[in-house]
Design a protein around this ligand. Structure first.
Ligand code: ATP
Ligand code: MG
Length: 510
């Protein structure tokens, strides 16, 4: 390292501002990334993290501010220029082309083509394979991206970012869709990427990750720089209060078996061709039933089978004790069953529509009069009610959802299902990508809904969240139910135990 490099930082940002119509996304923000460090960038949903990173990646141009790379001031002219400068970004939303192969996605735009076809498929695959070998990734270059799991798509994104010989690697919530082992793989990649010449900016809402991977933590709040702390010397509490500007008091765990209501939804002997084997349980009015388990255990499949998104091989779904036939999610909604899917981008929101339209989307009929008029002022009222309740950060309910930050888009999907008056609500990973403060608000809302007599199923990969919220907890492993526990009996340890155990008896007592 030269004397200049030793004295200066890898990346230095000063006085950066960026506004959008109706929103000052960033105001006079600073950030310093040192050589060889992993700098975590945190803040509430809508704080400006992704916007700042998009300025660095040349996707947006700043209204004001100075960027220095190794002490040298520069103007980032566009995405291609950013890459040439050695700034590589892994976006919060994936940017892969699903009908192309893994290798094509990695080298897209960098290959000479004839007639829209990649020149030499074999050479391309070989180059991709070299890259994977170097990174220690087990990916098949010729596989179409659409066949990959979300986690493996993430690996392709990472491989792509690293293929640019990056000096500054930006990761915008890279772990939102990863399980624990996959997170380990990612962290290993980050450690190997880190040299005295490189640095990583790491955005995440998972506090426990910051301690594992970051050297320092920079906090943004409402588009402003709040401060930077050395991770090893800082308590998570302090970071959280810097983020939200107030104390967050986590509530107690619910008293066990609080709900003694009637079963609203019953599932009997649910079996699907691929995964589920004889799954059975009841959800009662007034309770939150948590679903814990490892990824691939079949929790999402249970939800999808209930709402008719996947075919059932055998088994019964009963609503208030009466068997129902549900062949698609719209029909499920007519039976009073709402499903918030884990796959938000595909099924959750209409990006080109406004916040309020999205919120009333699932219950639009309620806003149309007998004569077919849409009641615009009621739509606005409902929109505003949920924007306030969930603290959705938006200049107005008329804002297009695509202009919201990732976490705020997620809140819109949740609002959509809260606004629809369903008796049974199934939430699949509802707080993924949601900041710590907003999580508490969502927990409170779910509890209020249960108290109003709704039956709620909550699938979550975060055990503390399940323990914090669920009255009872169903644990799944390999397509079967391996335990049904009252909250009081459940601990992280025994949940993990049941999640990794294969049930010998099949169905467990309900
Ligand atoms: N293209 C855009 N048009 C209008 N407003 C935008 C646009 N991009 C971002 N914003 C607004 O700028 C603010 C900051 O958004 P940003 O995406 O940077 O937040 P974030 O910190 O990444 O949040 P999250 O944790 O939810 O991902 C938000 O209020 C957002 O709605
Ligand atoms: Mg973001």
């Amino acid at each position: 390292m030269s004397a200049v490099e030793a004295a200066t930082s890898l990346l230095d940002i000063e006085g950066v501002s960026k506004g959008f119509p109706g929103v000052q996304a960033l105001a006079d923000v600073q950030l310093e990334l040192r050589h060889g460090e992993v700098l975590a960038l945190v803040g509430e949903n809508g704080a400006g993290k992704s916007t700042l990173m998009k300025l660095l990646a040349g996707i947006y141009t700043p209204d004001a501010g100075i960027f220095r790379l190794n002490g040298e001031e520069l103007v980032i002219e566009g995405p291609r220029h950013a890459q040439e400068l050695g700034i590589s970004i892994i976006h919060q939303e994936f940017n892969l082309m699903s009908d192309l192969t893994v290798a094509q996605n990695i080298f897209i735009g960098r290959e000479r083509r004839t007639g829209g076809i990649f020149l030499d498929e074999r050479a391309l695959n070989r180059r991709a394979q070299d890259l994977f070998d170097r990174l220690g990734l087990a990916l098949d270059p010729s596989e179409p991206v659409e066949r990959l799991t979300v986690a493996r798509q993430q690996m392709v994104e990472i491989a792509k970012a690293l293929s640019f010989d990056a000096k500054v690697l930006i990761m915008d919530e890279p772990t939102a869709a990863l399980n624990d082992t996959e997170v380990d793989v990612l962290f290993e990649l980050i450690r190997r990427f880190r040299t005295p010449e490189t640095g990583v900016i790491y955005i995440s809402h998972r506090m426990e990750e910051l301690a594992r991977i970051s050297d320092r933590i920079t906090v943004l709040r409402d588009g402003r720089y709040v401060g930077t702390r050395i991770t090893a010397e800082t308590e998570p509490r302090e970071i959280i209060s810097l983020m939200v500007g107030r104390e967050i008091v986590g509530e107690q765990r619910p008293a066990s078996a609080a709900a003694s209501g009637e079963p609203v939804l019953s599932v009997r002997g649910l079996t699907t061709r691929n995964l589920l084997r004889d799954v059975g349980f009841d959800v009662r009015a007034g309770e939150i039933l948590g679903f814990a388990g490892l990824m691939g255990a079949g929790r999402t499949e249970v939800a999808r089978a209930i709402v008719g998104a996947d075919r059932i091989e055998s088994g019964e779904i009963l609503v208030h004790g009466r068997a129902v036939n549900i062949s698609n999610p719209a029909e499920a909604a007519r039976h009073g069953i709402g499903y918030l899917s884990e796959d938000r981008k595909q099924l959750g929101v209409l990006l080109e529509r406004s916040v309020r339209e999205n919120i009333v989307l699932a219950s639009l009929r309620d806003y149309v009069s007998g004569l077919g008029f849409v009641n615009g002022s009621r739509i606005e009222a409902t929109g505003r009610e949920y924007v306030e309740k969930l603290r959705i950060k938006t200049p107005s309910t008329a804002q297009l959802v695509k202009n919201l930050s990732g976490g705020n888009q997620q809140k819109v999907v949740i609002a959509k299902w809260l606004a629809k008056d369903c008796e049974v609500l199934i939430f699949d990973e509802p707080t993924r990508g949601i900041d710590v403060g907003a999580k508490e608000e969502i927990y409170t809302l779910l509890r209020q809904l249960a108290d109003q007599g709704k039956a709620i199923i909550m699938i979550s990969s975060e055990l503390p969240e399940v323990l914090r919220l669920a009255d009872r907890i169903a644990v799944m492993a390999e397509g079967r139910l391996t335990a049904m526990l009252d909250n009081a009996e459940a601990t992280q340890e025994n949940l993990m135990d049941y999640a990794t155990r294969f049930s010998s008896e099949g169905t467990i007592a309900r």
